[in-house]
Ligand binder design. Structure first.
Ligand code: FAD
Ligand code: EPU
Length: 339
């Protein structure tokens, strides 16, 4: 079932050329179970791969790579306006969002054009433009590797936070997410507080936006600053926006009054800073070393212009962390999963 020595270049949006010792795709639960029977009989590390858009592969993967191709989509009305939409974990996220909009469902439009698969969306509680999946999440189902049973998780079980979930921490490598269900509504409630959306809607001459208009505005904004992985290798924001004690934010604000500082919902003690602003202010936006660097239009995105190794990009990220620490006393944390 596993193929030996498979190149992962086409399977990661950074376009890093490394190999997997063993590689397979699974399209149903029986195949997933068979794969783990093999892994258990000859244990080595394993990686569940979705769209490969939140990974940095720094070396050949000496283990099993399992590419998720679980499909499926169903929708069920639970009252006149609310529905539960269940989606296979291997479905493409953006195509799923477009389908919800096409079918008249509202809630996920701000999350348009995020690369990757539905199954990875709960891993880091994907978010953009003021919305996170936790806001519309109903439940997920996951294959428990040890018992080979399917377990169901509520939002509370997932322990969602900013780019966080229980699957990145306590339950890391214990489950394969097989299905995610969302609660969406037919009532459109535009989430346009994120300034750039309103500006873009104005530019589009739209006064009373529909969910599709908001989706289009988000797509336009994203295309204007985020590199398309088909053209330039990248994994979106490389670092999280740092959440720091109020005093740290105030100190930076006193020195740099234009620093963007955001409230942290539910906290009086912490503020969120914009890592992209810190990196740009440190003079690193557009910083290029041979074939890789910091994106010219968005300093939070590291890019592979072609042929860079994962190690080179990792080393650049270490240099950025050190520079930001020295200049602002803030420790950036990588958002991208390093392998
Ligand atoms: P992968 O990269 O394949 O996997 C990511 C991690 O999840 C790995 O650890 C993997 O083992 C694990 N995993 C994947 N699927 C499963 C599963 N079924 N079960 C268990 N573990 C699994 N993210 C945001 O939150 N907001 C953004 O706005 C955003 N913008 C982006 C823009 C660009 C241009 C790019 C390239 C990335 C962006 N990202 C963003 C990051 C990325 O798209 C998301 O994190 C996405 O959810 C990753 O999905 P994937 O299928 O590619 O996951
Ligand atoms: N900024 C700069 N210079 C830069 C980049 C940003 O000064 O080079 C400033 C902007 O001017 C703005 C602030 O930083 O004042 C925030 O920038 P932006 O709105 O572009 O968002 P971000 O904080 O850089 C976050 C997410 C993105 C998400 C967008 C939109 C994280 C780590 N990143 O980026 O998510 O799409 O907001 O909501 O939270 C991802 O996770 O991969 C990702 C792309």
């Amino acid at each position: 079932m596993f193929d030996p020595n498979v190149s992962l270049k086409e399977f990661n949006t950074f376009g890093i050329s490394v190999k997997a010792a063993k590689f397979t795709k699974f399209g149903n639960l029986a195949e997933l179970k068979s794969a783990f029977d093999i892994i258990k009989s000859n244990p080595m590390p394993f990686l569940i791969l979705g769209g490969g858009s939140n990974l940095l592969l720094t070396k050949d993967f000496e283990g099993y790579v399992l590419k998720n191709e679980l499909t499926g989509f169903s929708e069920q009305m639970i009252d006149s306006k609310t529905g539960i939409l269940e989606v296979g974990a291997g479905e493409n996220w953006h195509q799923f969002v477009l389908k919800t909009i096409e079918n008249g469902w509202c809630g996920l439009e701000n999350l348009s054009l995020i690369p990757g698969n539905v199954g990875a969306s709960p891993m880091q509680n994907i978010g953009a433009y003021g919305v996170e999946i936790k806001d519309h999440f109903e439940f997920l189902e996951a294959f428990h590797i040890e018992s080979e049973e399917i377990h169901r998780f509520s939002a509370q079980d997932c322990n969602f936070g900013y780019r966080e979930s229980v699957f990145k921490r306590k339950l890391k490598n214990q489950y394969v997410i097989t299905k995610v269900a969302f609660r969406l509504t037919k009532d459109f409630n535009a989430q346009t507080a994120y300034g750039a959306i309103n500006d873009e809607l104005k530019r589009m001459n739209i006064l009373e936006p529909t969910a599709r208009d908001v989706s289009n505005a988000v797509i336009n904004i994203r295309q204007s600053k985020l590199p398309d992985p088909k053209e330039i290798g990248n994994a979106g924001s490389f670092f999280k926006n740092p959440v720091v004690p109020n005093e740290v934010a105030e100190k930076i604000k006193a020195k740099f009054p234009e620093t963007p500082v955001y409230e942290v919902p539910g906290s009086d003690e912490f503020k969120k800073l914009a890592a992209g602003w810190l990196i740009e202010t440190a003079g690193l936006k557009g910083h290029t070393i041979d074939n890789h660097g910091v994106h010219k239009k968005q300093a939070l995105v590291l890019v592979n212009y072609g042929g860079a190794t994962g190690k080179q990009i990792f080393d650049l990220s270490t240099h950025i962390i050190q520079t930001i620490n020295e200049m602002f006393g803030v420790e950036l944390e990588r958002e991208v999963n390093i392998l």
